[in-house]
Write a protein that binds this ligand. Structure first.
Ligand code: CUA
Length: 314
């Protein structure tokens, strides 16, 4: 493994994390030097039989000094806690306008679906200068996507979506790793993160074997699977209209309200009887076991595209 992967900073967030790391290390080393200096200094000065004065401490070195020292270190480390916690909290919430790239993990490879419909294996291309959110799921066991140059890592779980986001600012080729032991092929579950300037990224996208966009492929699936038979507005069967449903509040028949995010749409396809929309009959068949994660990604991209305006991103 190449150590430079852990020192290259390919995003402002990476630089931020490093500042916290260096700050914490410096403070720890300085305090360790001080404590060990005092331990050795006192051992030398007050060894048994030395002539050092051993009376009570001068007054100012009693309570005040001890309280001051304790409170100062307490606040110093509370400051580090605050500094690190705000950086982590910030990293938890992807911006709404981020470019969405889907990542599907399986034993033992990373499959990536670009918004343009381009598919990659063990490679992840992304542009600089704009937020990118990775919407991730696994086809089998727990994996973990680790992008050391961006100082971000997130578990990737079956039957669930997890997210990672970043805004890269330095074009280059970086490591992409699985950081969760996921079977005998775990150590080979690596790849490349390729960060490119936006024009290069656009050129790269159009140079790939071109397919239609994710949402368009989702629309084709939506028809071939027969979803459009019931979810079309003119349909005689009563099924919820999907226009504008993504990210909206949905009232369920049992009185709960949920936000129709990726996970909700995924669950509604695989387990439609669980969260039935208020006013509808639980008549939709389950598609569990019939769809691959890539097909689900396409269907969800299509449902999302029904909410976002045409000029917005899918
Ligand atoms: Cu996938 Cu380790």
């Amino acid at each position: 493994m190449n150590i430079s992967a852990f020192t290259t900073e390919a995003s402002p967030h990476a630089a931020h994390i490093d500042r916290i790391f260096y700050g914490l290390s410096t403070a720890s080393v300085l305090i360790a030097i001080l404590v060990f200096g005092l331990v050795f200094g006192f051992s030398f000065r007050f060894y048994r039989g030395s002539k050092a004065k051993r009376g009570p401490l001068p007054h100012f070195l009693q309570n005040e000094f001890e309280i001051g020292w304790t409170v100062a270190t307490l606040f110093l480390f509370l400051f580090f806690f605050w500094w690190a916690a705000t950086a982590q909290l910030y990293a938890l919430t992807p911006p709404k306008n981020a470019l969405q790239i889907h990542v599907v993990a399986k034993q033992w490879m990373w499959k990536v679906e670009q918004p343009s419909g381009v598919r990659e294996i063990n490679e992840l291309h992304a542009p600089t200068g704009e937020p990118v959110v990775l919407v991730m799921t696994s086809e089998d066991v727990i994996h973990s996507l680790f992008l050391p140059a961006l100082r971000i890592k997130q578990d990737v779980l079956p039957d669930r979506y997890t997210y990672l986001w970043f805004t890269a600012d330095k074009p280059g080729v970086y490591m992409l790793e699985c950081a969760e032991f996921c079977g005998t092929g775990h150590s080979r579950m690596t790849g490349r993160l390729v960060i490119m300037k936006p024009p290069d990224y656009a050129r790269w996208n159009s140079a790939q074997p071109q397919s239609s966009g994710l949402a368009q492929q989702g629309e084709a699936l939506f028809r071939s699977l027969g979803c459009s038979g019931c979810h079309a507005q003119a349909s005689s069967i009563h099924a919820p209209d999907l226009n504008g449903v993504f990210n909206s509040q949905v009232h369920l028949s049992d009185g709960r309200t949920v936000i129709a995010d990726e996970a909700y749409i995924r669950d509604s396809i695989l387990d439609p009887r669980r969260d039935v929309v208020a006013g509808f009959q639980p008549i939709m068949p389950s598609f569990k076991g019939q769809l691959s994660e890539s097909q689900l990604v396409r269907l969800i991209a299509y449902v999302k595209s029904l909410t976002l305006k045409p000029e917005a991103r899918q």
